[in-house]
Design a protein around this ligand. Structure first.
Ligand SMILES: Nc1ncnc2c1ncn2[C@@H]1O[C@H](COP(=O)(O)OP(=O)(O)OP(=O)(O)O)[C@@H](O)[C@H]1O
Ligand SMILES: [Mg+2]
Length: 596
């Protein structure tokens, strides 16, 4: 027996600014029944002054928008992607006028949902059955949000902005789009938020390529091994924990231990490199992502980069402490997408996430608002996935697909040096190594406060230059011997001469590793400083004299020995170079003594 299909009732709601007469209502009713081809139509008429003019017809969960507000919204969206190409105000006015005159509103039929409730920046929406998780949702009052919890009959949408304006009963529309961000060279030198809106009072980003914020990581076949060094200009890092392009290296440490300063030095150091090379494919572009930082800190970062000419190749993505949790959650993914543009076009980029602890806190806040169950340290269970899907996007691509690279340098803040907390252990396990900044060392004046024992780079040494590797080998050994002897030398009163020598050499090496902020060194300068330290030329000096000695030497060499510096720059430490360096350093020492 065939089952008779139950025909569905159609609910129609007509909203207008002015009331319709009875005759008009009847005519409209007949017309709608005819169009829908159904007799089971229930029609309602309502007044809505917010429409400004015209009318809307809602048929079940489809909305035919013929209102003035709807047309204005259409015009606004069209104008958002309009580029005038001129700075002249009169010309702009004329262009806008012609744009307004030629605008033709298109009555569009869209699926519509309803806001059931709004609280703490989360809107619960009914309808919109085909929404995808992570899809952008637009509201009738102009704001947007992201669909996150897909429940049986409703969806929870986290609002990006203006959550206090949204009201129960407002319309919500599916955009069928995931979040994207503008990318490309026009972004260099700019500061933007994770939605792609400028934060620097300059022109907005129009007519640019857009990349999805949540892109998948490159596959195994598309990757190559890390093979080119990423020079940071910091002696302690380039020698002991070298970073390669495409690597993921974590900077971890307590608050105020110089984490952001390491990042800034690394960005500044790329200037030496970028000025030397002419091909865009050899340059290194930087993306600094500030998550939950004070606005004054982001401003300082921008100022330092500007003063040192580093904004030319840098983009800043900022979701500061005053931004809501969703913005802070999106920020690193947006920054990563900007970096991916360079990676996918055969170029090189480094993206710095400052910092992922605050990112995890923002995600926890979001998850609690969405009433997701919490786990260890009250973080939601998928916080590991949150960071792994971000950091996995860093890669050295194989030469078949352009050979570009994206290096990721995340920062994690620890409390009282506790690296075994949840977020630090997670991120340590995802990255290829960590630079551990020690607050005790920092307060002792060893700055940058890199703890050599706890810092490691698991892939970078494959990319390290040969001369640096040669010097770093003995440096590592001597520093670790020094640390070992130091711990028991504090207890012993009488030390034999070998131990004393080891201690005094170690103290001097530690001095060599110190470096002022915002003064990154070139490869040659680093090699020369390390050479002087490792080969014992400083053993007769007192530790206080060392920084003066080194800066004098570097200055002199820069002026007089350009050929030698060029050889060192290429990373060659042959017998002949060593001999030349030896004569040079001895001459400098003699000359210095004469002056004293
Ligand atoms: N190598 C250095 N030599 C001297 N001072 C330094 C050095 N590195 C950092 N500082 C100083 O230490 C202070 C803290 O540095 P920074 O802001 O980089 O630390 P942070 O770990 O990022 O701090 P926060 O936890 O607040 O983000 C700054 O005043 C900075 O100038
Ligand atoms: Mg910082």
């Amino acid at each position: 027996m065939a089952i008779k299909k139950r025909s569905k009732r159609v609910n129609v709601l007509v909203e207008s600014v002015h009331p319709f007469s009875d005759a008009q209502q009847r005519r409209l009713f007949e017309k709608i029944k005819e169009i829908l081809g159904s007799n089971k139509v229930q029609i309602q008429f309502a007044l809505n002054p917010d429409l400004l003019g015209g009318l809307t017809v809602k048929i079940n969960d489809q909305l035919l928008d013929l209102s003035h507000v709807g047309f204005l919204g259409q015009f606004q969206r069209e104008m958002e992607s309009y580029k005038t190409g001129t700075q002249d105000l009169r010309k702009m006015e004329m262009l806008f006028q012609s744009q307004i005159q030629s605008f033709m509103p298109i009555p569009d039929l869209t699926e519509v949902g309803h806001v059931l409730s709004v609280s703490d920046g989360v809107a619960r929406v009914s309808g919109l059955d085909a929404l995808m998780a992570g899809e952008c949702v637009r509201f009738s009052r102009g704001m947007t949000g992201m669909a996150l919890n897909l429940n049986a009959n409703t969806t929870d949408v986290l609002l990006f902005e203006k959550a206090d304006v949204l009201q129960e009963g407002d319309h919500a529309f599916a955009t069928h789009k995931m979040n994207t961000i503008p990318v490309g060279f026009s972004l260099l030198g700019r500061v933007l938020n994770p939605l792609g809106d400028p934060l620097d009072n300059k022109e907005s980003f129009v007519n640019l390529d857009r990349y999805p914020i949540f892109a998948p990581a490159p596959g195994i076949v598309d990757r190559d091994k890390v093979r080119t060094p990423l020079h940071t200009g910091i002696k302690a890092i380039d020698s002991l924990v070298p970073i390669g392009r495409g690597q993921r290296e974590l900077i971890i440490g307590d608050r105020q231990t110089g984490k952001t300063t390491l990042i800034l030095d690394t960005i500044l150091s790329q200037r030496y490199h970028n000025e030397k090379v002419t091909d865009l494919k050899d340059k290194v572009f930087c993306v600094y992502v500030a998550i939950g930082q004070k606005q004054s800190t982001v401003r300082d970062v921008m100022r330092i980069l500007q003063e040192n000419g580093a904004m030319d190749y840098t983009v800043i993505v900022s979701a500061s402490a005053s931004s809501n949790a969703v913005m802070q959650y999106l920020a690193p993914y947006a920054g990563c997408a900007i970096g991916e543009y360079f990676r996918d076009h055969g170029m090189h980029a480094v993206v710095f996430y400052d910092d992922l602890s605050k990112h995890a806190v923002a995600y926890r806040e979001m998850s609690l608002l969405l009433k997701r169950p919490s786990g260890r340290e009250a973080y939601p269970g998928d916080v590991f996935y949150l960071h792994s899907k971000l950091l996995e996007r860093a890669a050295q691509l194989s030469s078949q697909i352009g050979g570009g690279s994206l290096t990721a340098i995340p920062v994690v803040e620890t409390l009282e040096g506790d690296v075994s907390a949840y977020i630090p252990t997670n991120v340590i396990s995802i990255t290829d190594g960590q630079i551990y900044l020690d607050s005790t060392l920092f307060h002792q004046g060893v700055r940058p406060a890199v703890n050599v024992g706890l810092s490691v780079s698991r892939v970078g040494s494959a990319a390290q230059n040969k001369a640096m590797k040669q010097l770093a080998g003995s440096l590592k050994l001597e520093l670790s011997q020094y640390r070992e002897v130091l711990s028991f030398a504090q207890l012993a009163s009488d030390l034999d001469s070998t131990t004393q020598k080891l201690l005094s050499h170690g103290t001097r090496l530690t001095e060599v590793m110190k470096q002022r902020p915002y003064h990154p060194l070139t490869v040659a300068q680093e090699l020369l400083s390390l050479f002087v330290g490792v080969k014992g030329y400083l053993d007769d000096l007192s530790p206080e004299q060392i920084s003066d000695f080194l800066s004098g030497l570097l200055k002199q060499v820069k002026l007089q020995e350009t050929a030698l510096m060029l050889t060192l720059e290429k990373g060659n430490l042959t017998e002949e170079t060593i001999l030349k360096l030896d004569t040079l350093i001895r001459n400098y020492i003699e000359h210095r003594q004469e002056k004293m």
